[in-house]
Design a protein around this ligand. Structure first.
Ligand code: MG
Length: 260
């Protein structure tokens, strides 16, 4: 099931996306009564997908991101795979949705794309044992861990480098029926392939990461865990169109603009 968040005529809601481009009449969104955490009802009111504006599919309280979780990517930046996962936060204010612009920050000259599988948490949890991890996950979406690489090198903590406004595109929706362990993950810039990997190359699995993070902190419904990026990261410039595609989910596309 694909759960999207959308706006239509000034109203914001959640819905289940049904069908695709090949479906007669095109895909539709079946509006959900309330929020998609726990049991929910579909209203049966269906709107063509091209009539709504898709928003970030979740509004996280926090985003916990993992660095250097693909060996080839760690190596391309001259780093080893760490003994313990590197975890950092991106703030809620960094989140944007599909089609929203990435605003190039004034304090960087080297902003990179990082295509990542995002885990969306479905229920409040802490100290989750490995065998219960699947019970706390609502589903998966595409993310771009947009990074000011020059600032990341210069500053000890990555709060500014990875936390600036618009640095966390998420979407286009949350896919709830997905095995995350061997999915193709790709990033293109202006249609040219930059990153190509498989989630099977993660050093630590989704289960490892949820156990590790919830050992320290409570995760809330809608919280997001970014699982690291495969090799091939590189620069974005104003005017670029960057797209993250994950097998079984879809494509998240954003344009880079000058910060106004
Ligand atoms: Mg990253």
């Amino acid at each position: 099931m694909r759960i999207a968040r959308f706006s239509l005529d000034g109203t914001v809601g959640y819905g289940v996306v049904e069908g695709d481009a090949d479906t007669q009449g095109g895909p539709v969104i079946d509006i959900i009564k309330g929020i998609p955490y726990g049991d929910f009802e579909r209203s049966g009111t269906k709107i063509p997908l091209d009539k709504v504006r898709l928003l970030s599919p979740v509004l996280p309280n926090k985003i916990v991101a993992i660095g250097r979780n693909y060996a080839e990517h760690a190596a391309e930046l001259g780093n080893d795979v760490p003994d313990v996962p590197v975890a950092f936060f991106k703030p809620a204010t960094s989140v944007i949705g599909p089609g929203d612009p990435i605003a190039y920050p004034s304090f960087s000259q080297e902003v990179h794309h990082e295509a990542e599988l995002a885990v969306v948490i479905g229920r409040m949890c802490r100290e989750v044992p490995r065998e219960r991890v699947k019970d706390v996950i609502l589903g998966y979406t595409c993310a771009n861990d947009v990074t000011a690489r020059d600032v990341q090198r210069r500053e000890q903590q990555w709060a500014r480098a990875k936390g600036f406004d618009t640095s966390c595109p998420l979407g286009p929706w949350v896919e709830t029926d997905l095995d995350p362990h061997n999915l193709g993950i790709m990033c293109t810039v202006n249609g040219q392939q930059r990153q190509l990997g498989r989630t099977s190359d993660m050093v630590r699995s989704v289960e490892d990461l949820i156990v590790h993070i919830t050992e320290a902190m409570t995760l809330l419904p809608g919280d997001v865990v970014l699982t690291g990026t495969p090799a091939g990261v590189g620069p974005l410039v104003v005017g670029d169109e960057v797209a993250v595609t994950i097998e079984g989910i879809g494509t998240l596309t954003n344009k880079v603009i000058k910060r106004g």
